[in-house]
Design a binder for this molecule. Structure first.
Ligand SMILES: [Zn+2]
Ligand SMILES: [Zn+2]
Length: 284
């Protein structure tokens, strides 16, 4: 992996975003890549989708990020565009925890390429239907209120009206009373606000995705010098220490260029042989 010189040093990119994400993305790309990122505002990215189900998202997570980056490039006339997009799901290990995937994309029309940073981690995303103020109060520590803000709506998660960005007990009580009055059966739906500026756990995950993007932007292809040269595949087949048969344990990382066809295999040297307990022949 070549890391010098930094391919984006001295260049300028647009960042179309709202909800304060520029506060983590701009300094990171300036410090690590020498890229000056100009925050573009004045376009409501919520029109491209929200987490509160009012507006469905434009295509996949990556499609949505690309769309935002393109809009920012058009508005600013920039050849480089950055945008981010988050998604929430269950964790990939147990399927029982709230999980947050963050993606930050760089579209580079100078070199005609795209580099994508990712991070997946714990999400602060509590949600519950409650029928009393006491029940709501019992939920507050799990929801990490007040460091993390809340959204309140009448009835259930599908009610079209809501109060977002609730950050103190007084406005929570007011929102609870408002929702109770509008509710058919006196139920109120409470959930964490997932917008970045209201949810520090998510903001930290956006920083980690940006750091991933930074590393990839500084890594260039040994063949054509395009940025974004990174691991795209982990090859399995570490031989068993007893019978030498290939196991499912990783043996090498495959690095690929985003522009040309160049690939490089890098053997993983931390393990020479697999324990026979991992071998399908020795331990079927
Ligand atoms: Zn074996
Ligand atoms: Zn290349």
């Amino acid at each position: 992996m070549l890391t010098h010189p930094k391919p984006y040093s001295g260049l300028k990119a647009s960042l179309l975003t709202q909800h304060g994400k520029e506060s983590v993305i701009c300094p990171q790309l300036l410090d690590s890549n020498g890229l000056e990122v100009v925050h573009i505002s004045g376009y409501d990215t919520d029109e491209l989708g929200t987490f509160t189900r009012d507006i469905p998202r434009y295509g996949s997570q990556l499609d949505a990020a690309r769309k935002k980056a393109r809009v920012g490039m058009e508005l600013s006339g920039s050849m480089l565009g950055i945008a981010s997009e988050g998604a929430f799901d269950n964790d990939p290990y147990t399927g029982m925890l709230a999980w947050n995937y963050e993606l930050v994309v760089l579209i580079d029309d100078i070199r005609k390429l795209e580099v994508i940073g990712f991070f997946g981690g714990h999400a602060q995303s509590t949600s519950r239907q409650v029928s009393s103020w006491d029940e709501l109060n019992a939920l507050l520590s799990e929801a990490q209120f007040t460091t993390h803000q809340l959204v309140v709506r009448p009835d259930d998660e599908y009610h079209p009206e809501c109060r977002k960005g609730i950050k103190d007990l007084e406005s929570l009580k007011e929102a609870f009373d408002w929702a109770t009055n509008l509710s058919k059966k006196g139920n109120v739906f409470v959930e964490n606000d997932l917008r970045a500026h209201t949810n520090p756990t998510r903001m930290a995950n956006i920083l980690k995705a940006t750091q991933d993007l930074s590393r990839k932007m500084n890594s260039v292809c040994p063949e054509c010098e395009s940025p974004g040269f990174w691991i795209t595949e982990r090859k399995k087949g570490l031989p068993c220490s007893s019978c030498e048969a290939p196991t499912n344990l990783p043996i090498a990382n495959v690095w690929s260029c985003v522009k040309c066809a160049y690939k490089k295999e890098e053997m993983l040297l931390d393990q020479i042989k697999a324990d026979p307990s991992k071998c399908d022949y020795c331990n079927p």
